[in-house]
Structures are given as structure tokens and as C-alpha cells.
Write a protein of this length. Structure first.
Length: 318
């Protein structure tokens, strides 16, 4: 995609888009959209940008300044950079030098490496952004996904592409996502958006579009969503490759989400601080889609069996 011919004019057009969706201009809406990202993957050449780095930096600075002048209540940022990270530091330096606003720094990453995605990457990006003076800038990972694939083969090898996209819909993918979401509770990531749509039938993992069916990966996300019924976080520890997150509601019930990512078949024991009552367990594994699963209670311990190389469990009790 080529750069706009007139950066100032493009900035004015962007401002009118904000007016349309937030202020009702031109038969528009009042959606109060807060985050406005300038461009997407300008470092993916030539598909998303055919200009130079410096041209993009100039476009960002021009547009960000104008948008904040006209709409001081919104958050402006960018630029949905790809995962190669080559452009991160030069972009930050250019924005800082120009005194342009950067309310959020947005980037993308696809990986099946838990430690990198859940721990190392957030820390490294936070340190880089802070190092350029943007200590209050949010980190927005607005594309991420479980990705045990090779990009070049996805583009050129149709049988490989089909098999890889099927893998993105599995329990393994969902267990990885659940584990990463658990890890991000104690990371500097502010917003993360799982990439879930695409041109192929699988749709990048959560919906099998040709059959209109929810995938195993979807049910892992559903388990994580169900845990949000327990908003008061309580301490939970697990030994990798198990990952745990727990919360309590206002009625004395507790939920514990356990993700086993590539840890193999076997028993899992959750040790509690009291003997639980009214216990229920749901599992997502090779056979169950967030359905009731058997367990054994023994005093303050609850034990259940993982079927498959990866699985996700939701334990609820009083």
C-alpha cells in the first residue's frame, strides 16, 4: 500500500472518521471509541506500506498531533507493527523527537513459545518504550495467536496450510492461549487481541466457518471467560507446564482455571486451603468441550485426570 499523497489531508480525513463514529457526524454514531490506531503493519513491505520508514514516521507524527488537537479525549497510537521488531526503536525515537503523542504502542506476535510470549516479550517491549520516555504509554498486543507454523509455507504450500490452520483450532492452541492469558495477569501488557478471523474455512481457530461450528480452542476461551465470574483474584500457584488462575465471587464461591499445555496425559491434583463443598469440574480435552468431568475429593485436595497432551479445566467450589 502506498503512502498517502498529502499527509495533512489524510490526517483531516482521519479526524472526520473519528467524528463519524464518535460524534455523529454525517449520519454517524456515538460509540465513544477510545483507541485509534494509525495504520497497520507498516513494516510489512510492500503489502502494507511501500514508502520508507521515515515517511511512515512523518505520517504518524502528522496524524497523531492533528487527532489529539481535534479530539483530546481519545487515545492515539500505533502502529500495529509485525513481530520482527526491527522498526520499534526507530519509530519510538522519531515520535519522541517530534513530541508527538503516543498513548499506546501496538504490535503483533505469533508464537508457540510460552516463556517468550507471556514473559520475555512484554518485558522487553515495556523496557524499550519506557527507554524512549513513554512511561505512561499502554502496550497493546492487538494481534496474537498460538502459531507453531512457518509463514512462508503457509503462503506457498496448500496442504501444509490446511493442516496448520486445523492445528490452530485444537485444544493445544486453546490451552496455550489460556496459559498465556494467565501469565499476562502479572505482565505489563494492557490490552491483547487474539486474531480469530481470516479467509480460510477454519477462521484462525475459534470457529469452523464452513460447518458453522465452535472449535475446541473456542471452549478453552469460554472456560477463561467463565472464570471472570470470580472477579476477586486469589493466590494460585502451579508448576509448569501447568498454569493456574483463581478468583472468588461475592457469594463465597471460588473458581480455579488450570491449563495444561503440552504436559501429557496424567493426574492433576489441586491442593486447596480448606475442604471444598459443592464442587464441580468442567474440562476441555480431546473428548470434552467444557463439559462435566470426573474428579476425586480427598480432604483439601481435588484430583482429576487429563486426557490428551493439552487440556483446560475449570474447577468451582465453595
Amino acid at each position: 500500500m502506498p503512502p498517502p499523497e498529502d499527509f495533512a489531508k489524510w490526517a483531516r480525513i482521519c479526524s472526520r472518521i473519528v467524528d463519524h463514529y464518535n460524534n455523529g457526524w454525517a449520519d454517524g454514531f456515538h460509540w465513544n471509541i477510545e483507541h485509534w490506531e494509525i495504520w497497520n503493519e507498516p513494516d510489512l513491505r510492500p503489502a502494507c506500506w511501500t514508502g520508507t520508514d521515515e515517511q511512515f514516521f512523518d505520517l504518524y507524527v502528522t496524524t497523531a498531533k492533528y487527532l489529539k488537537e481535534k479530539h483530546p479525549g481519545i487515545k492515539v497510537g500505533g502502529a500495529g507493527f509485525t513481530g520482527n521488531r526491527r522498526i520499534y526503536a526507530p519509530f519510538l525515537a522519531a515520535v519522541a523527537k517530534a513530541g508527538a503523542p503516543l498513548d499506546f504502542f501496538s504490535f503483533h506476535m505469533y508464537s508457540d513459545n510460552y516463556n517468550f510470549l507471556a514473559r520475555e516479550l512484554p518485558r522487553q517491549v515495556r523496557e524499550l518504550v519506557d527507554g524512549h520516555g513513554f512511561t505512561k504509554t499502554e502496550l497493546v498486543l492487538d494481534e496474537w495467536h498460538f502459531f507453531p507454523c512457518v509463514w512462508k509455507r503457509l503462503e506457498n504450500d496448500q496442504p501444509y496450510r490446511k493442516k496448520a490452520y486445523e492445528q490452530l483450532a485444537t485444544v493445544e492452541a486453546g490451552a496455550f492461549a489460556a496459559a498465556v492469558l494467565i501469565g499476562w495477569q502479572d505482565s505489563p501488557i494492557d490490552i491483547a487481541c487474539y486474531y480469530t478471523t481470516g479467509p480460510d474455512a477454519v477462521g484462525w481457530g475459534l470457529i469452523e466457518r464452513s460447518k458453522r461450528e465452535l472449535t475446541d480452542s473456542y471452549w478453552c476461551f469460554k472456560a477463561y471467560g467463565d472464570l471472570m465470574r470470580y472477579p476477586d483474584r486469589v493466590k494460585a500457584e502451579a508448576q509448569e507446564p501447568l498454569y493456574a488462575l483463581a478468583g472468588r465471587d461475592g457469594n463465597g464461591r471460588t473458581g480455579v482455571l488450570v491449563s495444561g499445555f503440552r504436559n501429557g496425559w496424567g493426574d492433576i491434583t489441586v491442593q486447596l486451603d480448606h475442604a471444598p463443598k459443592n464442587v464441580s469440574l468442567k474440562a476441555v480435552d480431546w473428548n470434552l468441550q467444557l463439559a462435566a468431568a470426573p474428579f476425586k475429593g480427598d480432604g483439601t485436595a481435588v484430583t482429576f485426570h487429563q486426557q490428551g497432551n493439552s487440556a483446560v479445566f475449570l474447577l468451582e467450589f465453595e
